[in-house]
Design a protein around this ligand. Structure first.
Ligand code: ADP
Length: 575
């Protein structure tokens, strides 16, 4: 409105009304050709138009420094001030520092270097702030050069620069060079210029700051070892960092990737799987976290990738794309695999060493018994006593044979080679074990009881190994059960598995020993184990067979009351 415009220009509304009338009648020409109301030399309209043009020009400056230099230069040339200078708030509150200014010859100078002191700000500031007039005028002032020397007298005016809410500096003007007396418009024009400059400077400053931050962010992005990218809802790349560019074959710059999708950059199959993943994430909003993905390189080698993708949302929470971070973990993975292999190898060697130590010990005992008895036989005449010695030799030979067989079996189980599985009828197998071990049970006066359901599915496995498994459990149950006790053998289907249970009413196993009985050569009850011809390899073999059949084993035991070994084996699934 007329009043607002009048207030903005600090002119009487009548003047504005007059301009408007003229403009309607004769357009812009009618305005500019009119002499200024107050001074025919510099029509205010011309200066206002110049002000507008300068402001436009200044918005195009690409840096804050250029903006300040141009503000001084253009202001002087087009707004017709003798000298202009800019001051900005220093770090210390209330203090100001020179920016660009004008020397005594009318040249623009960078006064930041030349005049690096801070000054307290004008004394009149308080008063100007309280009246809101935005301008300080001092008549008949000493005027100074850029270096602070007094070089003349004249008027000096300071327009306040605001960033919207805070005072950020001053624009100063004087008449040192031409000594032209202050014109009524000078103050208004200067004030307007100060207002425009304040806004421009603060905007440029924050833009510079943003740019600096953006560049910093960009530098960080480009120098991280991770691939960082942004994709839109069509899975097209919108942002990619240098690391990503460097690692995609055939891509030389970000431009080669922007706007493209994975279909342009990798095999269709791979691209499709990523595309599906991403579209799924856009639908559900569920991020993809630390997913390991394997890629094929051009040379056929594989590389492994750890990928995280999270939805990118607008300020309303609507998904508008995704941010992805990927890391090449091929080397890490390889090192990990090597470490694992090394650890396994070490474990194998250690087991081997233990085995050798234990075996040599277990071999020595029967061998020395055999040797002694052979020696005695040679010197004995009594055939009865000779036979007794031979019997002992026979027993020890059997023990040796068992030890060797068990060791061989274990070492076979250690080898991870695939065995051919057949359908095995466990009930029949258990009946066979019972037949084979009945004599031994009778000798020890232990009763064997079978509880086998009629309809038991077959299990997939190796019949000989499974026979060994059941036989070892039943042998142990017989060996560690005192005369008069019972051993129950049960089978039962449990879901996709068959459970075999060997329960005895024997001496049981203490909690400490329970953890260790599956170790090779471990014997909880040494005397009894040796007495019964045990090798200390029975349960390790059981465990090996169970693992080979993808089953599991559990033991429950209470010393003095008995033990129960349960084995689960997968049912043979018809193919
Ligand atoms: P061993 O040849 O000595 O029987 P195993 O590996 O078969 O070796 O068993 C390891 C140890 O576990 C045995 O020495 C014994 O102390 C204990 N053990 C195994 N089965 C039973 C059981 N049914 N009752 C009590 N103790 C058992």
């Amino acid at each position: 409105s007329i009043n607002d415009t009048a207030r903005l220009f600090a002119l009487p509304p009548a003047t504005i009304r007059q301009w408007r009338r003229r403009w309607r009648q004769g357009g812009l020409a009618a305005l500019s050709d009119e002499p200024s109301l107050d001074d025919p030399q510099f029509p205010i309209l011309e200066r206002l138009r110049a002000l507008q043009e300068i402001s436009l020009e200044l918005t195009r400056q690409t840096s804050f420094d250029d903006l300040c230099r141009q503000a001084v230069e253009l202001g002087r040339a087009r707004l017709r001030f003798d000298r202009l200078g800019l001051f900005f708030l220093a770090d210390e509150p209330g203090y100001y520092r020179h920016s660009f200014g004008t020397d005594e010859n009318g040249n623009t100078v960078d006064e930041r270097e030349e005049f690096p002191i801070q000054w307290r700000g004008p004394d009149e500031l308080e008063e100007v702030l309280s009246t809101g007039s935005n301008i300080i005028l001092r008549q008949d002032q000493p005027l100074f050069s850029g270096s602070g020397q007094m070089i003349g007298w004249g008027w000096n005016a300071l327009a306040l620069l605001w960033d919207g809410s805070n005072l950020i500096g001053f624009l100063s003007a004087d008449n040192l060079i031409h000594q032209r007396p202050l014109q009524p418009d000078d103050l208004e024009i200067l004030k307007l210029y100060g207002l425009a400059l304040g806004a421009l400077c603060s905007r440029r400053r924050s833009e510079d700051l943003l740019l600096k931050e953006r560049n910093l962010l960009r530098a960080i992005l480009d120098h991280t070892v991770d691939y960082v990218y942004v994709k839109d809802l069509q899975s097209r790349f919108i942002v990619v960092n240098q690391t990503h560019v460097n690692n995609i074959p055939g891509v030389n710059s970000a431009q080669d990737m922007l706007g493209k999708t994975d279909f342009d950059l990798m095999s269709a199959e791979q691209a499709q799987s990523f595309y599906d993943q991403e579209q799924e994430m856009f639908r559900t909003g569920v991020p993809i976290l630390n997913r390991e993905e394997a890629f094929m390189k051009d040379d056929g080698s594989q590389f492994i990738f750890l990928t995280t993708k999270v939805p990118l949302r607008d300020s309303n929470g609507k998904i508008i794309g995704l941010v992805g971070v990927g890391r090449d973990i091929t080397d890490v993975k390889q090192a990990e695999a090597q470490r694992l292999e090394l650890a396994l190898e070490r474990e194998r060697i250690q087991l081997m060493e233990e085995l050798v130590t234990n075996i040599s010990h277990d071999l020595k005992t029967p061998l020395s018994i055999i040797k002694t008895n052979l020696y005695l036989i040679e010197r004995l005449d009594d055939p009865e006593r000779k036979r007794a010695k031979l019997e002992i030799i026979n027993e020890q030979t059997l023990r040796l044979e068992k030890l060797i067989q068990d060791t061989l079996m274990l070492s076979r189980l250690d080898q991870t080679e695939r065995v051919i599985f057949r359908s095995v009828n466990l009930n029949a197998l258990i009946r066979q074990v019972e037949t084979d071990l009945r004599l031994r049970a009778d000798v020890r006066q232990v009763q064997l009881k079978l509880d086998l359901p009629n309809a038991l599915p077959a299990c997939a496995g190796n019949e000989n190994d499974l026979w060994r498994l059941v036989a070892n459990l039943v042998e142990n149950a017989i060996n560690y059960t005192p005369a008069g006790g019972t051993v129950h053998i049960r089978t039962q289907q449990e879901g996709n598995e068959i459970r075999i249970e060997v329960e005895d009413s024997g001496i049981g196993i203490s909690a400490d020993n329970l953890d260790r009985i599956f170790e090779r050569f471990y014997r909880a009850d040494k005397a009894r184990s040796l007495d019964s011809g045990g090798s200390g390899l029975g349960l390790p073999i059981v465990k090996g067979v169970v693992e080979m059949h993808h089953g599991r084993i559990e033991v429950q035991s209470e010393p003095g009351r008995g033990s129960c070994f349960r084995v689960w084996l997968p049912i043979d699934q018809p193919h």
